[in-house]
Design a protein around this ligand. Structure first.
Ligand SMILES: [Zn+2]
Length: 239
């Protein structure tokens, strides 16, 4: 794995050309069959909780999914992180260290400043890896930044560190602000190749209730669900 200095040497001075949610190199869909459900665990002042109802639902329905875990959430919930990592239905991925847009010029999204240079982008991607690997038993293959915004140089840095940046084709809960009915409308339209984003750190939001309405009906009509590891080529496992 490249060192911090390797990344700084290679990427310092690179000027980003694109910024946002849909930057070239970011996976928005997957090429396989099935729906990839992804849940962010953001951490921070409003986001260190855990939606046990959601996890219970996924277990009861035996639906695989991918959880993007931020360092702040992991630090607040070390035991729970290990329990999630031990659940064969759950794949653990990287949701960053300080929950910032992954940039090399500090560009902000929703008022949250991005990482300010290549070294800070390295830290955002690399710093969570030891604790995530410890919790999951395997190094993360996927990275999603805080706010899901990034620039193209940030995407290249994540890739150099062995992680593909993954965003989404369906916004399942709009940062856990949707009502259960809104969650149903969005999640229910997911099909083969879609990557759905939602949140597992906001118990009491409409997310678990919406999933509880949407997912059984989808299973009933034959929709299948996949973890990203089984559906998306990674930097380390290209196929
Ligand atoms: Zn987040």
């Amino acid at each position: 794995m490249p060192s911090r200095q390797d990344i700084v040497d290679r990427f310092a001075g690179r000027v980003p050309s694109t910024f946002g949610l849909e930057v070239p190199g970011v996976a928005l869909r997957h090429p396989g069959e099935g729906v990839a459900l992804t849940f962010d665990l953001c951490g921070g002042p409003q986001g260190e909780k855990f939606d046990h109802d959601l996890w219970k639902l996924l277990q009861e329905l035996a639906i695989p999914s991918t959880f993007f875990v931020n360092s702040r959430w992991l630090k607040a919930n070390p035991t729970l992180a290990r329990e999630l990592g031990a659940d064969p239905l759950i794949e653990i991925a990287n949701h960053g260290h300080e929950h910032r847009p992954l940039t090399v010029d500090g560009r902000a999204a929703y008022g949250i400043a991005g990482t300010r240079d290549a070294g800070a982008a390295y830290d955002e991607v690399a710093a969570p890896v030891p604790a995530l690997t410890d919790a999951a038993g395997a190094a993360p293959l996927w990275f999603r930044s805080g706010t899901a915004h990034c620039d193209d140089v940030g995407v290249a840095i994540a890739e150099a560190l062995g992680q593909v940046v993954v965003n989404f084709s369906i916004n399942g809960d709009a940062g856990a602000t949707f009502s259960a009915q809104q969650v149903v409308i969005e999640v229910d339209r997911a099909g083969d190749g879609d990557i759905v984003i939602a949140h597992a750190n906001r118990p009491g939001s409409g997310t678990a209730g919406g999933m509880a309405l949407a997912l059984p009906a989808m299973l009933e009509r034959g929709v299948t669900f996949v973890q990203l590891a089984d559906a998306l080529p990674s930097v380390r496992n290209p196929y």
